[in-house]
Design a protein around this ligand. Sequence first.
Ligand SMILES: Nc1nc2c(c(=O)[nH]1)N[C@H]1C(S)=C(S)[C@@H](COP(=O)(O)OP(=O)(O)OC[C@H]3O[C@@H](n4cnc5c(=O)[nH]c(N)nc54)[C@H](O)[C@@H]3O)O[C@H]1N2
Ligand SMILES: Nc1nc2c(c(=O)[nH]1)N[C@H]1C(S)=C(S)[C@@H](COP(=O)(O)OP(=O)(O)OC[C@H]3O[C@@H](n4cnc5c(=O)[nH]c(N)nc54)[C@H](O)[C@@H]3O)O[C@H]1N2
Ligand code: SF4
Ligand SMILES: [Mo]
Length: 887
Amino acid sequence: MPTTHTTCPYCGVGCGIIAQTEEDKITITGDKTHPANFGRLCSKGISLANTLSLDDRLLYPEINGQQSTWESALDKVASEFQRIIAQHGPKAIAFYVSGQLLTEGYYVANKLMKGFIGSANIDTNSRLCMSSSLTGYKRAFGSDTVPGNYEDLEQAELIVLTGSNLAWCHPILFQRISAAKEKRPDLKIVAIDPRYTPTCEIADTHLSIKPGSDGYLFNGLLDFLRRHDHLDYEFLEETQGFGSALEAARETCGSITSVAQHCGLEEEQILNLFNLFAATDKVVTLYSQGINQSTSGTDKVNSIINCHLATGRIGKPGMGPFSVTGQPNAMGGREVGALANQLAAHMDFEPEHRALVQEFWQSPYIPTEPGLKAIDLFAAAAKGEIKAIWIMATNPVVSLPNADSIKQALAQCELVVVSDVVRQTDTTAYAHVLLPALAWGEKEGTVTNSERRISRQRAFLYAPGEAKPDWWILSRVAQRLGYKKEFPYKSAIDVFREHAALSGYKNNGSRDFDISGLLPLTDEEYQTLTPIQWPICQTKQQTTHCGGLRGTARMFADKHFYTRSGKAQFVSIIPRTPAHLPDVKYPLILNTGRIRDQWHTMTRTGKSARLLRHINEPFAEIHPDDAEALNIKDNSLVQITSRLGKWLGRAKFTETQQIGSLFVPMHWNAQNSSCARIAALVMPTTDPLSGQPEFKHTPVRISPYRPAWQGFILSKQPLPLPTEQLDYWVKIRSENNIWRYELAGETKPDNWAEWINKQFGAELDWLEYQDRATGRYRCANIVEERLNICIFIGTDEQLPSRNGLITLFTREKLTPIERLSLLTGQAGTSDQDNIICACYNIGDEAVKKAIQEKGLKTTAQIGEALQAGTNCGSCIPELKSLLGSRK
Ligand SMILES: Nc1nc2c(c(=O)[nH]1)N[C@H]1C(S)=C(S)[C@@H](COP(=O)(O)OP(=O)(O)OC[C@H]3O[C@@H](n4cnc5c(=O)[nH]c(N)nc54)[C@H](O)[C@@H]3O)O[C@H]1N2
Ligand SMILES: Nc1nc2c(c(=O)[nH]1)N[C@H]1C(S)=C(S)[C@@H](COP(=O)(O)OP(=O)(O)OC[C@H]3O[C@@H](n4cnc5c(=O)[nH]c(N)nc54)[C@H](O)[C@@H]3O)O[C@H]1N2
Ligand code: SF4
Ligand SMILES: [Mo]
């Protein structure tokens, strides 16, 4: 069977994958030789084969909705760019790119914009994701360098997880930590998150911190370390700014009482954490969006780094500050410099760097100053200052804050070009020119994971339709703009070699990012490149900052930093509260983020019925006390309103949510739901240094939503939904190729049978059941004795179990009893309503029953009894929670 080693296209863990293809069958397994995952894969990685169908793909270029040739589409983009540059200058053109491009595409995009269009108006969705971490690293180390690696997590004695739901967002790292803790139970784990998440299942302690207050906590820790004499004086010699950072910490958080007040925690909880941190040498502080996505994200990052610098806990095994990256190639984007405030190859806009890059590129232009960061870039488009925008591998109409304003900004542009793999997204709807990109499994190139490890993505599928690699599309536009010689690439490796060459150009150890050791790679060697961590210098021997050709596991072991003085910098932090605080009108705090089995705007994971088993409708987590005060019932429809917009979905009661806060996932979009793009509610307020928006803290209010009717449809075929007559709808791909639609409306049709005939065709025969007294209407269409469509309408959310009914669709022939039970609603009882283990389709009721009846005590025993948790292991934290092991 043809076998290809490649890398997962989802999160920044960067797991190695083996894809085997045999005729139409694709088998995905974990690559045991890959140092990120050693063979393991999470639920998303394992389900990749389910997402590769071509039914929704963008396969041909389009101009104004009409299929076109590549020639015309590229000509159109190039000639419009030329016209706009001539009329308005290069700053009227912008690129908005993504951490899901491969490094090669990313490199070409940045080179084209900065060196040849001559503007720095290229920014990436990493602005929403990693920019506070990046800015924090640069302030402390003078470079955007992740000091440590994944092994540090296994070697640590204490791991502080803050603002990270690792169990769901970096599941394989979570599994590595869990395995380490099982081997070595004295490995201590502290999870800091306003919510109790599945990640907290492995934590010894969970600190339910007040949203937005981490800066106070780490400032308090810095002061505590000094007061209790835990400083590393020898290491402090290699740093600058300690005195003033300490003073700021002391002034703002000089007592445990004040830290406790700011963070909404008990003094004892804080003392325990501080004592543990102080007493443990090998500490990793791992953080993600709960830290970054904040108007003081950069300061929070530095407040964490300050504590590691003060104790010299950096650059050595088992310790360090560790920002885990979100996207598969967030790091690659930083390496090529595709953020508006970077130039290229970890260089900035200072004169020497500009001269160096211009010389290397032989480019006519090089911008003298940074371009517009994502939020400002779209604001400039809305004002008409940006006339043309090219969006690649990101879906900003769903993922940018104040998302409705992005629609207006795009509608305002003279030219919107979108390169994507999917035909219909909320963003492609605004494109004048659509360019079909090759998807995962079809494209070739490299990505860099959270620990600086470069891995290959390799193709194992034919290029479908006329889709092309992103680097190719960009180079062809560049050539049409007159830069044939400068963009001559014939394959991904040509681009990679140039990128490697630039990283080493006049570097001599002055810049952290150096992969010039990979420059001599032959085509064959690039093809077989095994995962390797940068820097990778040309010198064979190890130098003080680089492990030579073998790559570099850990940085800063030599205590040399990339600041002018060579010393690490403390930053004085005055912690700030979030920009918008709750008030009488918007009394609750909206926190947004991710769920286990969906990826971002669902263009890929939304295709997998398996991944929709776990959670399939937009929901808002709410504490039952808040819900009770507002008259909200569990699982009922609710409306959330902010200053900017409204959202509709289901209330999900959970005591793991803080009182006063709501949590809503970021994933749903206008293709699969009526009103669940949560980013439309988020204020576009950003960190002044990094430009990263505050996705975790928007004041909102929530209220019951009581439509006149609610219902659902299950159908073998996708149905044309009369969306304009529905006030709430969600479209869900379900098991057995069934399409499920959840519906609600504010006005009830006079006659359901008529309404249904009108919407779905009068030619269908329906079995009907109606109970006017209760407002129930049910009907089923049976074709050749098999269930084809069923529709259930009621007055509230009390409707039969969908999963129970879905199994009826598999019957060759419905028995008379089944027909009857179908319409009486009895077929819809199932213990499979809340699927926990998506791999084996096992629901929470089944697990609870087995725990009770068989007296199961461990997740391993649940695995033996039910198989749950024995495949990808992504559900183990939830199984633990059902076992009642919550601390
Ligand atoms: N399943 C899945 N995995 C993913 C992704 C996905 O879409 N789906 N996306 C990937 C990407 S691009 C990214 S960036 C990462 C994100 O990975 P994470 O950052 O782990 O995920 P989030 O859910 O955004 O937020 C993490 C946690 O921060 C908490 N939080 C909110 N406010 C605060 C606060 O003030 N302080 C603290 N300490 N915590 C707070 C939230 O409650 C949440 O549990 O995930 C990556 N992995
Ligand atoms: N409310 C809220 N919003 C958030 C966040 C949050 O926590 N809360 N988190 C933010 C973060 S951290 C992130 S990273 C963003 C992510 O948000 P987005 O980047 O907008 O999300 P994706 O769905 O990953 O979009 C990727 C797009 O690229 C397409 N694509 C996939 N592969 C390729 C390819 O090879 N080439 C091309 N050209 N296209 C491809 C996909 O079909 C999809 O349309 O969301 C941000 N938005
Ligand atoms: S943890 Fe899961 S999503 Fe992340 S890279 Fe590994 S398999 Fe892919
Ligand atoms: Mo992200």
